[in-house]
Design a binder for this molecule. Structure first.
Ligand code: HXC
Length: 286
């Protein structure tokens, strides 16, 4: 039975495809992250959201838990992805309270608009630290649990059931395919994430883990677009210049994430799923 269409999920998925599975997500209180989490929870998963801002993180967890009766969603605030020990403690707490980590989404990111001339060394480093090192820390803190999950859930559609485990998704971008003015820091950080995830897929593929990136293009209603392209927000769809004729939605990214974490994505490993309406091919992503 398919699920009803909502602002965070299309109606092509079956209820329960993530039953008794646990998502651990950084940046899960953000606009894209909360849509990804809602989609997973709607389809049966429990979730642990970690974030820097305790109030925002806990409020997001409470809201997302309403998506499905009986859903267990915990928010752990005060966790900066630059702090490995804090992330490790959050991952351990997730397993203690929810029983496992089957899926990881590394979505935490930092961004501001600045030309190289206005970037101090610390400004550049800050974004590398949040995006790239933060993704590494997230991998490092959760990978033993993903290995356990993959062992319990063979990445094989002919296995004991169709439920999956041991899946990793990082949220990347498309800027580094072309380079991007005012985004040199983010572009470099996301290029490194793509490379890191490719290496992860090679090292852990033999253990049944899949590791991929999803690369959003211009997604309406997000903090990123407010920061990067507030001048374009009020333009009509046809004037936004995306070949598919519109900006993306958070649902587009949530649906792509569901695909990568589901049985349907079992043989997709070590790649980046670009979800941008062909935007970067036209104009470098914006
Ligand atoms: C130049 C800037 C700057 C700006 C900060 N800095 N803002 N430099 N222009 N607009 C510099 C500071 O002066 C400082 O350098 C250094 O960056 C660190 O700044 P802090 O404020 O101390 O850092 P911190 O408190 O850790 O905050 C990190 C942050 C902040 C990235 C600056 O914006 C943040 O916390 N953001 C998290 C939320 C976020 O950005 N979400 C949007 C994600 S959208 P000095 O030299 O002075 O010490 C996204 C979209 C990607 O990622 C692309 C999608 C297509």
């Amino acid at each position: 039975m398919s699920v009803p269409k909502s602002d965070y999920l299309s109606n092509v998925w079956a209820n329960g495809i993530f039953a008794n599975r646990v998502l651990f997500i950084t940046g899960g209180a953000g606009s894209i992250g909360s849509a990804q989490t809602r989609a997973l929870v709607h389809l049966g998963a429990d979730a642990c959201i970690v974030g820097r801002n305790t109030e925002k993180t806990e409020a997001a967890a409470r809201e997302i838990a309403k998506v499905r009766n009986g859903a267990r969603v915990i928010g752990i605030g005060g966790v900066d992805v630059r702090d490995f020990d804090a992330l490790k403690a959050a991952a351990d707490r997730c397993v203690k309270e929810l029983g496992a980590i089957d899926y990881v989404v590394a979505g935490a990111a930092g961004n501001f608009v600045a030309p190289i001339s206005a970037l101090s060394p610390n400004a550049f480093k800050t974004v590398i630290d949040i995006d790239t090192i933060g993704t590494f820390n997230t991998i490092k803190a959760t990978i033993p649990y993903l290995v356990d999950s993959a062992a319990r859930n063979p990445n094989n559609p002919s296995g004991s059931d169709s439920l999956t485990g041991g899946r990793f998704v990082a949220v990347s971008a498309t800027f580094h395919y072309t380079g991007m003015p005012l985004q040199s820091h983010v572009s470099a950080a996301k290029a490194a994430i793509d490379s890191l995830v490719a290496s992860l897929s090679l090292e852990y593929g033999p253990l049944g883990i899949t590791a991929n990136c999803v690369a959003p293009g211009a997604i309406e209603g997000t903090e990123g677009m407010e920061r990067l392209a507030s001048n374009l927000v009020s333009k009509s769809d046809k004037d936004k210049g995306v070949p598919s004729g519109r900006w993306g939605t958070v649902r587009d990214i949530a649906d792509a994430t569901v695909f990568l974490l589901s049985e349907a994505g079992s043989y997709v490993n070590g790649t980046t799923l670009v979800v941008d309406g062909a935007g970067w091919r036209r104009q470098g992503g914006l």
